[in-house]
Design a protein around this ligand. Structure first.
Ligand code: PAF
Length: 298
């Protein structure tokens, strides 16, 4: 496994691998997994999928300062470079890109990538500027690594929708591959931020996956509930946990993230063949967790 800290190095490593593997059975497609490190089983599942589908697997680890708001957790974002590199080695990563902030942002930046509309709702509404930071750094990483496919977890479903739109609008020749949410056995969605939770907060946080599971079953069944009723029931379940503070619970169409008629029951949607997302963000102490369920009426 090669480790690059500069843009020049990572480009050179990938160019070498592309030419070495040109005629290998696995091929020389580059599969890319961008991360902010503190890797867990969710990231490992993205790396495995990339390994299965691509002859070359690149991983980036970069805590991107421009996607954090002024009062967010940039300074205490968990880091564990040695453990991350061990996991990467175990998962058969070919190249790890570990740039410094100065390498990624060496001078005053005058360019920002903004995806409009999709970023005004859900996390975009509570974290102004967050998705500009994500779209900008991911564009930079795509230009550096030049992957064929990039793998992202569906826990950040809005991020996936924003990046798919960016890639399509800017004619980037990259396939965004959304991968299923990975959960602990008891249902908690894996997140680097789970380490911040106390035992009590962690136990209460199980209400998130539980209420999403129950709501999904209702949405999929022939229940006559409206989006408004489903959202209210999820909120009520979460509010019963004294340590939970809801940021949002919302149901929107997916992947365009446009509003649904909140008062109309779901029968027309079921017939339409489209998809909906039931998404939530909830704080336990200072730790903000997100989770979602995407239901397709195919
Ligand atoms: O999902 C993340 O970890 C980050 O938002 C990403 C895509 C690596 C960009 O910094």
């Amino acid at each position: 496994m090669r480790i690059a800290t500069t843009i020049q190095e990572v480009r050179a490593f990938i160019a070498e691998l592309r030419s070495e593997r040109q005629s290998s059975e696995a091929g020389n497609l580059v599969g890319f997994v961008p991360t902010m490190g503190y890797l867990h089983e969710g990231h490992a599942s993205l790396l495995r999928r990339a390994r299965r589908e691509c002859g070359i697997v690149a991983l980036s680890i970069f805590v991107n300062p421009i996607q954090f708001g002024p009062n967010e957790d940039l300074d205490r974002y968990p880091r564990s470079e040695a453990a991350d590199l061990e996991l990467a080695e175990r998962e058969g990563v070919d190249v790890v890109f570990l740039p410094s902030v100065e390498e990624m942002y060496p001078r005053e930046r005058k360019t920002t990538v903004t995806v409009t509309g999709l970023t005004d709702v859900l996390c975009g509404a509570s974290r102004p500027g967050h998705f500009d930071g994500v779209a900008t750094v991911v564009s930079k990483l795509f230009n550096i690594v030049k992957p064929d496919r990039a793998f992202f977890g569906a826990k950040d479903a809005q991020q996936v929708a924003v990046l798919q739109k960016m890639v399509s609008d800017l004619n980037m020749d990259i396939e965004i591959v959304p991968c299923p949410i990975v959960r602990e056995e008891d249902g908690l969605a894996l997140s680097s931020r789970n380490v911040y939770l106390s035992a009590e907060q962690r136990s209460e946080a199980l209400v998130l996956s539980r209420s999403l599971r129950e709501a999904s079953a209702r949405i999929e069944s022939s229940s006559p509930a409206t989006p408004e009723q489903i959202v209210e029931d999820v909120k009520r379940a979460i509010e019963a946990s004294p340590l939970a503070e809801i940021d949002y619970v919302q149901m929107l169409s997916f992947p365009d993230l446009s509003p649904l008629d909140q008062k109309r029951d779901l029968s027309e949607l079921r017939k339409s063949g489209g998809s909906v997302i039931l998404a939530l963000a909830v704080k336990f102490g200072s730790t903000r967790l997100i989770d979602n369920a995407i239901i397709s009426f195919k």
